[in-house]
Design a protein around this ligand. Structure first.
Ligand SMILES: C[S@@+](CC[C@H](N)C(=O)[O-])C[C@H]1O[C@@H](n2cnc3c(N)ncnc32)[C@H](O)[C@@H]1O
Length: 601
C-alpha cells in the first residue's frame, strides 16, 4: 500500500510540514497527511491529488458519501476528512476579514496601484504563501532598474524570513511603454536563477504603466492560450513551471517581443488596439507568417476576410490592398468592425469626454440592471457589472445624439473593457467560481484603423460569397464543434441589448448564429463555399488538431479533404509551421501545426 513513508524523504509532506510549516505544502499534500495511506497501485499523494482535482472549489462542501465513491477511501477516512473540514469551517466563520489572495497578474497589479503613475521606477515585491495569500508587500528599489543594482539578496531576504513560497515582482515604466527592456529581461533571468537556488517560486514579473500592464506569466501562458491564473489544480504555478527547465531562462528577448507587436505603429497607452482582446483562433500571433506568404503568392487590389473574427488579418491586409471586405456573423464582431474600420464621421473629443464620464460613474448611486442581475458576481464583479449594464443602457438612450460611427465606437470600447475584466479564461462557456472577483472597471476608447475602401457585412459566409468578388479571399472558419456564438454569448447579449431570457449555469440565451462549420456537414459547406467564391486567390487557414484530449477540440474537416476541394478550384500550395495554439485547458499535444493553403484560381 502506498503510504507516506514509501515516498522519498524529500517529497514527504509530513517532513516538509515539520521543516517548513503548512504554508509550504500544496492542498493535495495537506490532504495526503490527513489520509495517511494510499491503496495498491495508487500512493497517498496520487490519491489526494485525485480528490483535490475531482472536487476542485467544491472541496469544502464535500460529503462522506462523495468520498466513499472514491476507491481507497473508507468510512473512517471519509469521516476524518469531513470532520476536519467542518471544524475549519466553524472557526473560519468566526474569523474577521479574509486574506488577500493573489490569483492573477490583475490581482497583483491592483495591490500595487500606487506605483503605476510614479515618475521614477519602483520595484515592488509581493511575498506569498503556498495558498497565494499575501504575506508582505515590500518596495525593493526606487530608480532605474538595473541588474547590477538589484541584488537577489534584497528580493529573497524577506522571502526567507517570511518563509514565502512564492514571489511576484512588479515595477513601473514611467514612459508608459510596457514592453520589457533588455535590462528588465536581464533582471528577470537573474531573479529566476536565484529563485531556483533558494527554492522560492518566482511566480511573475510584471511591468505596469499608468494605463497598461505586461505580465511575463500571461505572456508565456497566452502564447499557448492557457489559463493565466497563478493557481491551477490547487497548485501554485510559477515561471519555473512555464519555462520547464532545470535552469529557467526567460528567452523572449526584446527583439522578439517587438516583432510580436510589429504591426502596432506605436503603443498608444490611452487607446485600445484591435488585437487587445482574447479570442479563440485569433491569428494575431501568426500574422507575420500569413502575410509573408500572401505577399509572395497573391496579387490584386481587393481582399475579403469572410470569417474575420477579431479582424486582425484585415487590419494588415488594409496596408497591402486598396479595398477590404470584412465579414463575421457575430453581432459583437460586426460592432467592433464598424468602430475600428467604419468610414462614418465621429468626434474624438466627444467620445473621450463620454468615456471619461463613464469612468467616473459613482457605482453607489446605480440601481441593479439586467447585466448586474444576471452576471454580477459571476462573469464580473458585482459593481463592474452594474456599471457595464448602466453604460450600455446609456449608449442606447443617447443613440439619437450620436453618429452611427460614434455609437459603435462606444459599444466596441465597452466590449473591450468588458473582455479585460471578465472572470473567465477568455470566453463565456463558464466563469471561475471564486470568492474574490476583480471588481475594477476602466474603459478606454478604441483606436480606429485607416482603410481606403471598406465594406462590412454580418452574414453567413456561404451566402455572402455569392454576392461579392475580391482578388484574394481569406477563409478562416471555425475548426471544431465549439460554436463562437455560444462562447461569446455575453458579448453578443451586450451588443444586441435585447435582454434575452438566459438559461443554465453559463447563462446563455437561445441559440443563434449556429455555424455549420462546427458540425459534421462542415466538409459539404466548405466545398459549396469554395465553389461559389469569385476570386483570383483563395487563402485558407486550418490546423492539425485531429487527436485532442477533448472531442470538442477535434477538427471537422480532414486536411486531405480541404486540399482536394481546393485543387478542384485551382493550383494549390500548402504551407505549414509549428505553432503552440489555444486550448481551453484540456487539449495539449505536441507537434501542433498551422496550415495555410493558397489556391490560384
Ligand atoms: C477561426 S475564427 C476567425 C479568426 C480570425 N481570423 C482572427 O484572426 O481573429 C472563425 C470566425 O468565423 C465566424 N463564423 C463561424 N461560422 C460562420 C459563418 N457561417 N459565417 C460567417 N462567420 C462565421 C465566427 O464567429 C468566428 O469569429
Amino acid at each position: 500500500m502506498g503510504k507516506l513513508k514509501d515516498i522519498p524523504k524529500i517529497d514527504r509532506p509530513r517532513e516538509r510540514f515539520l521543516e517548513k510549516g503548512s504554508d509550504a505544502l500544496s492542498k493535495s499534500e495537506l490532504l495526503a497527511i490527513l489520509i495517511g495511506s494510499g491503496i495498491k497501485g495508487k500512493n497517498v499523494k496520487q490519491l489526494s491529488k485525485q480528490i483535490i482535482r475531482k472536487f476542485g472549489n467544491k472541496f469544502l462542501d464535500i460529503t462522506v458519501n462523495d468520498l466513499l465513491k472514491i476507491s481507497g477511501i473508507g468510512k473512517a477516512k471519509a469521516l476524518q476528512i469531513v470532520s476536519a473540514l467542518s471544524l475549519v469551517k466553524r472557526f473560519y466563520e468566526e474569523l474577521g476579514p479574509k486574506d488577500k489572495i493573489v490569483l492573477s497578474a490583475q490581482d497583483a497589479v491592483s495591490l500595487t496601484s500606487e506605483i503605476r503613475d510614479k515618475k521614477k521606477e519602483y520595484l515592488v515585491c509581493l511575498y506569498l504563501n503556498a495558498r497565494n495569500a499575501l504575506l508582505k508587500k515590500e518596495i525593493i528599489s526606487i530608480g532605474t532598474l538595473d541588474k547590477s543594482i538589484i541584488h537577489p539578496r534584497e528580493v529573497f531576504g524577506p522571502a526567507v524570513e517570511l518563509r514565502a513560497a512564492g514571489i511576484v515582482i512588479l515595477h513601473n515604466h514611467p514612459s508608459g511603454n510596457i514592453v520589457p527592456t533588455k535590462q528588465d529581461i536581464e533582471v528577470v533571468n537573474k531573479i529566476l536563477e536565484a529563485g531556483k537556488i533558494m527554492g522560492v517560486n518566482v511566480i511573475d514579473f510584471i511591468i505596469v504603466s499608468e494605463n497598461d500592464m505586461h505580465s511575463i506569466f500571461i505572456d508565456i501562458q497566452a502564447s499557448e492560450n492557457k489559463t493565466t491564473l497563478y493557481v491551477s489544480d490547487g497548485v501554485q504555478k510559477s515561471l519555473f513551471d512555464l519555462l520547464e527547465t532545470e535552469k529557467p531562462v526567460y528567452k523572449i528577448n526584446v527583439k522578439k517581443i517587438k516583432e510580436n507587436y510589429f504591426y502596432i505603429p506605436q503603443i498608444k497607452k490611452n487607446y485600445v488596439q484591435l488585437h487587445n482582446r482574447r479570442y479563440i483562433g485569433s491569428k494575431h500571433k501568426l500574422i507575420k507568417w500569413i502575410f509573408s506568404i500572401i505577399n509572395k503568392e497573391c496579387e490584386g487590389n481587393s481582399f475579403a476576410d469572410i470569417f474575420a473574427g477579431t479582424g486582425v488579418i484585415s487590419a494588415i491586409a488594409a496596408r497591402h490592398f486598396k479595398k477590404i471586405i470584412l465579414n463575421d456573423f457575430l453581432y459583437s464582431n460586426y460592432a467592433i468592425y464598424q468602430a475600428f474600420f467604419g468610414d462614418g464621421a465621429w468626434d474624438k473629443d466627444k467620445i473621450n469626454n463620454i468615456i471619461k464620464d463613464y469612468n467616473n460613474i459613482p457605482v453607489e448611486d446605480l440601481e441593479d440592471n439586467y447585466f448586474s442581475n444576471f452576471f454580477g458576481g459571476k462573469y464580473f464583479g458585482y459593481n463592474s457589472s452594474k456599471i457595464i449594464g448602466f453604460i450600455r443602457e446609456n449608449i442606447e438612450e443617447n443613440k439619437k445624439n450620436l453618429t452611427n460611427r460614434e455609437y459603435y465606437i462606444l459599444i466596441a470600447s465597452l466590449l473591450y473593457a468588458v473582455d479585460k475584466i471578465a472572470n473567465t479564461v477568455g470566453h463565456y462557456d463558464a466563469y471561475f467560481k471564486k470568492e474574490h472577483i476583480n471588481d475594477y472597471f476602466f474603459m478606454k476608447p478604441i483606436d480606429p484603423i485607416k482603410v481606403n475602401e471598406i465594406s462590412i457585412f454580418k452574414e453567413d459566409a456561404n451566402l455572402l460569397v455569392r454576392k461579392i468578388k475580391a482578388d484574394v479571399v481569406y477563409i478562416d472558419p471555425p475548426y471544431n464543434s465549439r460554436q463562437y456564438s455560444r462562447f461569446y454569448h455575453v458579448l453578443e447579449t451586450l451588443t444586441k441589448w435585447d435582454e434575452p431570457k438566459l438559461h443554465g449555469v453559463a447563462l446563455k440565451p437561445d441559440p443563434e448564429n449556429i455555424s455549420d462549420y462546427c458540425k459534421s456537414n462542415a466538409k459539404t459547406r466548405f466545398a459549396e463555399l469554395v465553389k461559389d467564391i469569385d476570386a483570383r486567390y483563395l487563402v485558407i487557414s486550418y490546423n492539425n488538431t485531429y487527436n485532442p484530449k477533448s472531442n470538442s477540440s477535434k477538427n471537422k474537416i480532414p486536411l486531405e479533404k480541404i486540399e482536394k476541394i481546393l485543387q478542384e478550384k485551382g493550383k494549390t500550395k500548402v504551407f505549414e509551421r509549428n505553432y503552440r495554439h489555444f486550448n481551453a485547458g484540456n487539449t495539449n499535444f505536441n507537434n501542433h501545426k498551422e496550415y495555410l493553403f493558397v489556391t490560384k484560381v
